[in-house]
Design a protein. Structure first.
Length: 367
């Protein structure tokens, strides 16, 4: 089970070790969730559902600090203590920090579906008086999940983003060792079970997908039959779909990796020694547009346009319009982090005072 705290992980870890596998005298959140009485331990999808609704840590803390909660959650928001999620093992005296996910409607939708399915499953099990292990939850094959999988396949196919996704530890020598390990460790490797069976991780599946995609293009360009390759790609597509539909953690790890990926790309763009800034900026723009699409700030046609541009050319949709944008602050924020960065760096009044600029950049729709 997972726990949420208003405390730094460093302090929690020291407390945990000092108290032989327990955290004492630290503020652990208790929530009424999924019709339960106030509890302090949660499934990760329950916590993700809560946090993904909020723009960032600051807005989440603001919500928990409201007078209506009578200081039950956040006693003093001026103390600047972070929101931290942990999982721990008392026997081995290990405690691990779990990244918090904010501002992601895709995660909100997925976790909501999981919670509803688990509630329905438990009600059915109780009515039928069944005992033993509950049935596994399998997500529906929805359009938003399909779009997310296509996005990951596109990242794996692109020559630049593939290095960050599939094998960052060995192929990104220009990054610090810490950054390479951050990207590498965000996504699990293959898992070998006690019976010798191997459950493939995302990277193994994507490696095979990239290989067959290349063979497909070569045969197609040579006018050769692609029937066998088509069948192999269909099998990989099905494996990818079930990889995510059967295990929410596999979705979550990609979103965590994506956030780290964005941070590292931004850091590279600020580094004067970075060589391939145009390609890196294109990757960052593509990821930002995907997040805007997931959060309903881009429609599907706009998203598909950017996806094609990323696969076959540089993603730079506003180059032609830059001379027309008069609000320099808005343009600077947009170039740094897309639509999301504008909404984070400007309030609604500021944006609508420059309505023409905001509409040109796709931040708001034209009236």
């Amino acid at each position: 089970m997972y726990y949420m705290w208003n405390e730094s992980f460093e302090n929690l870890r020291r407390n945990f070790r000092r108290n032989n596998g327990e955290v004492k005298n630290r503020q652990k959140f208790l929530f009424n969730i999924d019709d339960s009485v106030k509890v302090g331990s949660f499934r990760i999808e329950q916590l993700d559902f809560l946090t993904s609704l909020y723009k960032d840590e600051k807005s989440f803390i603001e919500e928990l600090s409201k007078d209506e909660y009578q200081n039950h959650y956040i006693e003093n928001k001026q103390e600047s203590k972070p929101i931290t999620i942990t999982i721990s093992n008392k026997k081995s005296l290990k405690i691990k920090e779990i990244p918090v996910i904010y501002n992601d409607k895709f995660i909100t939708r997925i976790t909501s579906e999981i919670r509803i399915k688990k509630e329905q499953r438990d009600i059915k099990k109780k009515e039928q008086n069944k005992k033993g292990k509950s049935e596994d939850i399998v997500l529906e094959s929805t359009s938003c999940l399909a779009d997310f999988i296509d996005y990951i396949k596109t990242l794996a196919t692109n020559d630049v983003s593939r290095k960050y996704l599939i094998n960052p530890r060995k192929t990104l020598k220009e990054l610090s060792l810490d950054d390479r390990y951050i990207l590498n460790d965000a996504i699990k490797d293959d898992t070998v079970l006690n019976n010798g069976r191997t459950i493939r991780g995302l990277r193994s599946i994507l490696n095979e997908y990239v290989g067959y995609s290349r063979i497909y293009e070569e045969r197609k360009n040579a006018g050769q039959s692609t029937l066998e390759i088509d069948e192999n790609l269909k099998m990989i597509d099905n494996e990818l779909s079930m990889h995510f539909r059967k295990n929410y953690h596999n979705i979550r790890e990609v979103v965590v990796w994506e956030n780290e990926f964005r941070n590292i790309l931004k850091k590279q763009l600020k580094d004067k020694n970075t060589q391939n800034k145009d390609e890196i900026e294109s990757c960052l723009n593509y990821v930002n547009f995907q997040k805007d699409y997931r959060n309903d700030r881009l429609d599907k046609d706009e998203w598909e346009y950017y996806e094609d541009e990323f696969l076959y050319g540089k993603v730079e949709p506003i180059k032609m319009q830059r001379e027309q944008i008069s609000n320099e602050k808005m343009l600077e924020l947009y170039n740094e982090g897309g639509i999301e960065a504008v909404w984070e760096g400007m309030d609604a009044d500021e944006i609508y005072r420059s309505e023409s600029d905001a509409a040109s950049l796709g931040i708001i729709k034209r009236r």
